[in-house]
Design a protein around this ligand. Structure first.
Ligand SMILES: Cc1cc2nc3c(=O)[nH]c(=O)nc-3n(C[C@H](O)[C@H](O)[C@H](O)COP(=O)(O)OP(=O)(O)OC[C@H]3O[C@@H](n4cnc5c(N)ncnc54)[C@H](O)[C@@H]3O)c2cc1C
Length: 450
């Protein structure tokens, strides 16, 4: 078996195949040491329990004791500027983890060699891919969104956008608080501003500094958040991030006031056109190769699905390779294997990501209203808390709640299932509490001015 690419997806598949007894050649454009010393991270890559469970199964969970255990999501929903209308504090059933992908790839490459895998350091070209495919039963291309992904045609029927929906800026920072004031859990803090975009503060494990924060800005093009074009220095990116927080989310300004860039390469700016590609490509030589991870599906990171989907796809692909036995890994097999993965996992991950890129739907708003009052306290078994927890769990498994975000009947069923059948009462209670808290906030602001 040949795998091209040493990101999360390629390495998960490489380890999975090795463990299943295959001979595996991993082609990487960089060494383990280069991942650590001269590479940029490809993303935050926070992974939730379903994806992490495969890494545990493969014995690749080296950071469980060191990395912060992310316990939930703390969402502040602002339909307009300086209007934090709805707050949600939901708990995951099991923690998430975000480890610097540079550290992860470096360690996983070394571990792959220790376990008997063969690593070839080379920038694989399309011509070279033909040679590799000719000498392997199956060649899997997991080179992310880099040039090689263009050999896989875009699947128009599954791709919704033809351009990026957000301009992205990501910085890894040290020097911030270790917790978020007033919360009983360590969450991803997620500020949502309907007019401008979103900002995420993710508990993170940096390759050198250890526990810290990774901050991702998802700016609607042309909005007040969209201030990172042309930035070439990570310190400038951190400064711009602080300006965005101070201007648009002033209540979070103290949180970022003292933070600094964790390392000169620990930041990114860019944009992703969300796309699903055809999973099989035929080369000029006639050989067929398979796409994995970002090469197969590129997600905007708004719903944190890319690395999660890559890991789930790797698990699915490896299990299907094993099940195939001595059968051929031809284009039909590659396509039906991917179609199965898409139907059972990725379709809802894509829909969930795309829904977060769009204005909030009425059924999703209904869920947010119904959970109003959640606080994430461990003993809280209220209907509001259970709805908030269900909302949050959808990041781990987008099959759970994504259908409810576009269908009012399903949304109400979900609310009723957590609220002893009383979806209507829950909606009335939620709306009344939001109105009460809005009035209180207005009075506080008026008192502060007087
Ligand atoms: C700002 C940002 C934040 C994100 N946050 C999250 C998140 O919180 N959760 C989540 O699940 N996802 C997130 N993602 C997405 C996630 O980072 C990616 O989905 C994931 O890293 C993709 O992994 P991959 O292995 O498919 O590809 P990559 O990580 O891109 O790895 C591919 C590797 O292949 C190698 N390569 C490339 N070309 C060649 C070649 N020609 N020959 C040999 N080797 C080659 C390179 O070393 C490259 O790094 C985020 C993305 C971004 C941009």
């Amino acid at each position: 078996m040949a795998i091209i690419g040493s990101g999360i997806s390629g390495l998960a598949a490489a380890h999975g195949l090795l463990r299943a007894g295959y001979r595996v050649d991993l082609y990487s454009d960089r060494t383990a040491n280069e991942w650590l010393t001269t590479s940029r991270p490809t993303g935050t890559a926070a992974r939730f329990d379903l994806a992490l469970s495969y890494e545990r199964e493969l014995g690749l969970n080296f950071w469980d004791d060191a990395a912060p255990k992310g316990e939930g999501v703390f969402l502040t929903f602002c339909p307009t500027l300086h209007n934090p209308l709805i707050r949600l504090v939901g708990r995951f059933r099991a923690p998430f983890q975000a480890v610097d992908v540079r550290l992860q790839s470096s360690r996983w490459i070394n571990e792959f060699e220790t376990r008997g895998g063969n690593v070839v350091i080379e920038q694989v070209t399309v011509d070279r891919l033909g040679d590799i495919a000719a000498t392997h039963d199956l060649t899997i291309v997991a080179t992310g969104r880099a040039d090689l992904c263009r050999i896989f045609d875009r699947d128009e029927s599954r791709s919704v956008y033809d351009k990026p929906q957000r301009n992205l800026a990501m910085v890894t920072v040290v020097g911030g608080p270790s917790r978020i004031d007033g919360l009983p859990l360590l969450p991803v803090k997620f500020d949502f501003l309907g007019t401008d975009g979103e900002i995420f503060f993710v508990p993170y494990h940096h390759k050198d500094a250890g526990p810290c924060w990774n901050i991702l800005i998802e700016a609607k093009p042309g909005s007040r958040m969209d201030r990172f074009a042309g930035v070439t220095d990570g310190n400038v990116a951190v400064q711009r991030m602080k300006e965005v927080v101070a201007a648009l989310f002033p209540w979070d300004e103290p949180f970022v006031r003292d933070v600094q860039l964790a390392d000169p390469l620990g930041w990114l700016i860019g944009a992703v056109t969300p796309a699903v590609r055809r999973p099989a490509a035929r080369l000029a030589t006639g050989a067929v190769v398979a796409a994995l991870g970002d090469t197969a599906i590129s997600y905007d990171p708004i719903a944190a699905q890319g690395a999660n989907s890559g890991g789930k796809q790797a698990r699915h692909l490896v299990s299907q390779i094993v099940a195939r036995g001595d059968g051929a890994f031809d284009a039909d097999w590659i396509t039906s294997t991917f179609d199965d993965f898409f139907a059972t996992h990725a379709r809802d991950a894509c829909r969930f990501s795309n829904l977060l890129l769009e204005p909030i739907t009425a059924p999703a708003k209904e869920l947010l209203i119904a959970q109003y009052g959640s606080d994430g306290e461990p003993g809280n078994d209220s209907a509001q808390q259970r709805i908030a927890d269900a909302f949050v769990e959808n990041f781990n498994d987008p099959r759970l709640l994504t259908p409810a975000f576009t269908d009012m009947a399903i949304s109400r069923q979900v609310i009723a299932s957590h609220a002893e059948g009383r979806w209507l009462w829950n909606g009335v209670r939620g709306r009344a509490s939001i109105a009460r808290d809005q009035i209180k906030a207005k009075l506080r602001r008026r008192d502060a001015v007087q």
